[in-house]
Write a new protein. Structure first.
Length: 277
């Protein structure tokens, strides 16, 4: 049994807590607001209120020490969309605090839920080595968001703790169904791969990483895919919706290569993006 602290018990963190608990781990979670803390408590989760950034890392370090936490999993979002002028350093600073508190509190491992948004806008298969802070600095193919995410990843890497950075593709499930986003897209490309990941696989790959991977970065994305135009059209049809697909264009884009995670032993429950529908 492993004592685990999940920072950010939301759409991904709560089902992850449930699965790890079912695997007989001692799981604790945090939420940032009183309301979300109450919701997690009502679900039977051992919940603690924690707002980032922390005034001091001591409160988190003490919690980790008190609960004898061995693994800290961060399911926090960058929050860049909340402001017209994003604080690009805030996400990295939050991860700096998490890693310092984890280390001070005696945890042995940190798992970071990151995003495939770290990769540049290039039409190629993206492997883990195609994005790093060193590569991104001074390279205009990387966006401000990519750079901010990579800075946060680097804080985890530099923490000198055992770590796994999991770069997740677009997360979906039955509630967060892709058809919901079809009308919000200005255009969809018939030459851009649909890089997606079901929440079931997102949860399972985190548990796999906790048990079987160390000091590494992996992509988490459904191994096989189709183009975005086909995917979103299929999503609309799967729900029987009377929706017209956005403008179809021919702009190429990247495909996320998840072969490393497969090679390390993870078996995706959803093998193709169309299976997600």
């Amino acid at each position: 049994m492993t004592a685990v602290l999940i920072i950010g018990a939301g759409w991904l963190g709560r089902p992850l807590a449930k699965q790890l608990s079912a695997s007989n781990h001692a799981v604790h979670v945090t939420n940032s607001s009183h309301e979300s803390t109450e919701e997690s408590l009502e679900l039977g989760l051992s919940t603690h209120q924690l707002q980032l950034p922390l005034p001091s890392i001591q409160s988190l370090a003490s919690l980790i020490e008190q609960l004898k936490i061995e693994v800290v999993i961060g399911c926090i979002t960058p929050g860049f969309r909340r402001s017209a002028t994003p604080d690009w350093d805030s996400y990295a600073n939050n991860w700096q605090q998490i890693c310092e508190a984890a280390k001070q509190g005696g945890a042995r491992k940190v798992i970071m839920i990151s995003s495939t948004a770290v990769y540049p806008s290039l039409s190629k298969d993206m492997k883990e080595e195609d994005a790093s802070l060193e590569l991104a600095l001074g390279d205009n193919d990387f966006s401000d968001k990519s750079l901010a995410l990579l800075q946060a990843e680097q804080r985890v890497i530099d923490s000198e703790m055992d770590h796994v950075v999991i770069r997740c593709s677009g997360l979906v499930d039955e509630i967060r169904h892709p058809s919901r986003f079809a009308t919000r897209l200005r255009s969809v490309s018939r030459h851009a791969p649909a890089n997606m990941l079901h929440r079931v696989d997102a949860v399972s790959v985190v548990e796999f990483a906790m048990n079987h991977i160390g000091h590494d970065i992996i992509n988490a994305s459904t191994p096989n895919t189709c183009d975005k135009a086909q995917f979103y059209q299929a999503a609309i049809e799967s729900k029987g919706l009377d929706i017209t697909l956005s403008e179809v264009v021919d702009t190429p884009d990247k495909r996320i290569d998840s072969s490393k995670s497969v090679g390390l032993g993870y078996q995706y429950q959803y093998q193709h993006t169309l299976d997600l529908l």
